[in-house]
Ligand binder design. Structure first.
Ligand SMILES: NC(=O)c1ccc[n+]([C@@H]2O[C@H](COP(=O)([O-])OP(=O)(O)OC[C@H]3O[C@@H](n4cnc5c(N)ncnc54)[C@H](OP(=O)(O)O)[C@@H]3O)[C@@H](O)[C@H]2O)c1
Length: 264
């Protein structure tokens, strides 16, 4: 049991973050819920029944906001045992159609720099404690670049590289760094991503994970830290194929998707 342990969850107002908050509260964590929509955070705090939850309005794209969230956590709870860097969004379009500021810079700012800056703000507290666990949210897009996901993939590949290097920096200090790589998950993410598929191609609903599936994987990681979790597990085969047969994957993706979407 994790009585009196403190977990910060970014992106806790919906989807995977909200589901993880509910499950980690049941594990006995006191939860800091961080995202921009404070009204939703307050609802999640109430739903995290039995748990002690603190909603803090936070924009992980803004350094002052991150620092305020971390210092408020320390002031209220005195320690940080788990950080789940989960906040993120995708704008899924051809590169030439993405707005340079609102869609390109903002995705890197939130999905990559948000993870880095929140980690950096939390790290001194974990180092002083001599313990702590950071779980970074990546995606299958951290292993396999697919058309229209270029910026999202750049950010998630970045999260993978950042996490690997950081693990080798802080493991010797008693800290654990994990990365979670889900496939498609049924959340608000898809409605917000702005994809306009001429072919209607998308992940079939029956292949999508639920937010709870991913949250359960987060809880298993929190109980027993591991370097990484890929869910569903069979996606390991796609990663293997992409790694060892990139030309074959280029060929399949260009014919099955890019040529049809670009009407070539
Ligand atoms: N859904 C998928 O298919 C899928 C697959 C693999 C990985 N992921 C990753 O899983 C994570 C969670 O996504 P989800 O599927 O649960 O989608 P979601 O329901 O849209 O949740 C995204 C969360 O991120 C928060 N967020 C976005 N921008 C933020 C910002 N600037 N500052 C603070 N919080 C921010 C949102 O809260 P506010 O709007 O209230 O700020 C929301 O709580 C993301 O990192 C996503 O890339 C998703």
């Amino acid at each position: 049991m994790s009585q009196n342990r403190v977990a910060i969850i970014t992106g806790a107002s919906s989807g995977i973050g909200a589901a993880s908050a509910r499950l980690l509260a049941k594990e006995g964590y006191r939860i800091v819920l961080a995202a921009r929509r404070v009204n939703l955070l307050e609802e999640v705090a109430i739903e995290a029944a039995g748990g002690d939850a603190l909603p803090i309005g936070t924009d992980v794209g803004d350094l002052d906001s991150i620092n305020n969230m971390v210092s408020t956590t320390i002031k209220e709870y005195g320690r940080i045992d788990l950080l789940f860097n989960n906040a993120g969004f995708g704008r899924i379009k051809w590169l030439e159609d993405l707005d340079p500021e609102q869609e390109i810079a903002a995705q890197i700012q939130v999905n990559l720099l948000g993870v880095i800056q929140t980690t950096r703000a939390v790290l001194p507290h974990m180092i002083a404690q001599g313990s702590g666990h950071i779980i970074n949210m990546a995606s299958m897009a951290a292993f396999i670049g697919t058309p229209t996901y270029s910026i999202y993939a750049a950010a998630k590949f970045g999260v993978r590289g950042f996490s690997e290097a950081l693990r080798r920096e802080v493991g010797v200090l008693g800290l654990d760094i994990s990365v979670i790589y889900p496939g498609g998950v049924d959340t608000e993410f898809e409605q917000l991503m702005g994809a306009d598929r001429k072919t209607g191609i998308k992940t079939p609903d029956n292949l999508k994970l639920s937010a709870e599936d991913v949250a359960q994987a987060v809880v298993r990681l929190a109980r027993k830290p591991r370097r990484s979790v890929i869910i569903p597990g069979y996606f390991r085969f796609a990663i293997w194929l992409n790694h060892f047969f990139p030309r074959l994957n280029d060929w399949i993706i260009e014919r099955a998707f890019t040529r049809r979407e670009r009407r070539l």
